[in-house]
Design a protein around this ligand. Structure first.
Ligand code: ADP
Ligand code: MG
Length: 265
């Protein structure tokens, strides 16, 4: 008999993402020109848009890796990076931001695993050091997560000993190890050799069925059609069009969405 899975890796019924009038410029370049989104708990949103349209910046703003110039992001009502003080927002201390960030799983295009740590240690690091959870309990859960992404036998390997697809699956398991409210993916398969894309998409699709709120930037349109509840098309720092996949992907109303889809399909 196999042991019951350790603990749920993600929390269902949580993870509402609100992006409210977010503006962000680099110098004179306005990269986010007033973004509004309200993503329901447990839904999967795919973000599409040409290179340079601000998709990565949007994810980095949600995670407070970048500061907004105006507006705010809230997850389950908690404003990211700030707290309310009367009518004003006061910036949080770094350690409070780090704690908030453990509620937001982030999977990067380039994996970003800690190269000097084993696979298991990569998963255990944040729950123990940033969340103060007991190492023994975290290790049990981390092994269950590795099994879930099909890498139970790689716990003691170093990242460099793994293929790109395996590394990205470790990165997904690591993002889950803090039991995040939401998961953000920034082009999770675009650094992979074509034959390794499928195994990573399969893991993401599996998670999408578990009721975790996910925001996925990808150019994989077929995949988007399969997993998305909601599709957002961005261009030049704005949300040009959003709605169910059948609408945005199959019957786009905006000429820029149509032009983009014609190119990638
Ligand atoms: P996307 O992910 O849609 O390709 P990005 O959010 O990465 O777009 O970038 C949007 C624009 O912002 C691009 O023109 C990019 O060059 C610029 N940009 C992104 N990050 C920085 C930065 N740290 N400093 C200056 N410009 C940046
Ligand atoms: Mg990007």
């Amino acid at each position: 008999m196999t042991a019951a899975p350790a603990l749920p890796a993600t929390r269902t019924g949580v993870g509402r993402i609100e992006v409210h009038d977010v503006h962000k410029s680099y110098g004179t370049l306005e990269v986010l020109a007033g973004i509004d989104l309200d993503l329901a708990p447990g839904t999967v949103t795919v973000v599409l848009g040409p290179s340079g349209s601000g998709k990565s910046t949007l994810l980095r703003v949600i995670n407070h890796l970048e500061r907004v110039d105006r507006g705010f992001v809230a997850i389950d009502g908690d404003i990211i990076g700030y707290r309310r003080r009367g009518d004003a927002l006061r910036e949080l201390k770094e350690k409070d931001v780090l704690r908030q960030r453990t509620g937001i799983g982030f999977v990067f295009q380039s994996f970003n695993l800690f190269p000097h740590l084993t696979v298991l240690e990569n998963l255990v690091e944040a729950p123990v050091s940033a969340q103060g959870r007991p190492r023994a309990e975290v290790e049990v859960e981390a092994r269950a997560l590795l099994a879930r992404v099909g890498l139970a036998d790689k716990a003691d390997a170093r990242p460099r000993q793994l293929s790109g697809g395996q590394q990205q699956r470790v990165a997904i398991a690591r993002a889950l190890a803090t039991r995040p409210r939401v998961l953000l993916f920034d082009e999770p398969t675009s650094a992979l050799d074509p034959e390794l894309v499928g195994e990573v998409l399969d893991v993401i699709a599996d998670l999408a069925r578990t009721g975790t709120t996910m925001l996925v930037v990808t150019h994989e349109i077929g995949f988007a059609r399969g997993i998305a509840d909601h599709v957002v098309f961005m261009d030049a720092g704005r949300v040009v069009e959003q709605g169910p996949p059948a609408q945005v992907l199959d019957a786009p109303t905006h000429p820029r969405t149509r032009a983009f889809l014609d190119k990638v399909l």
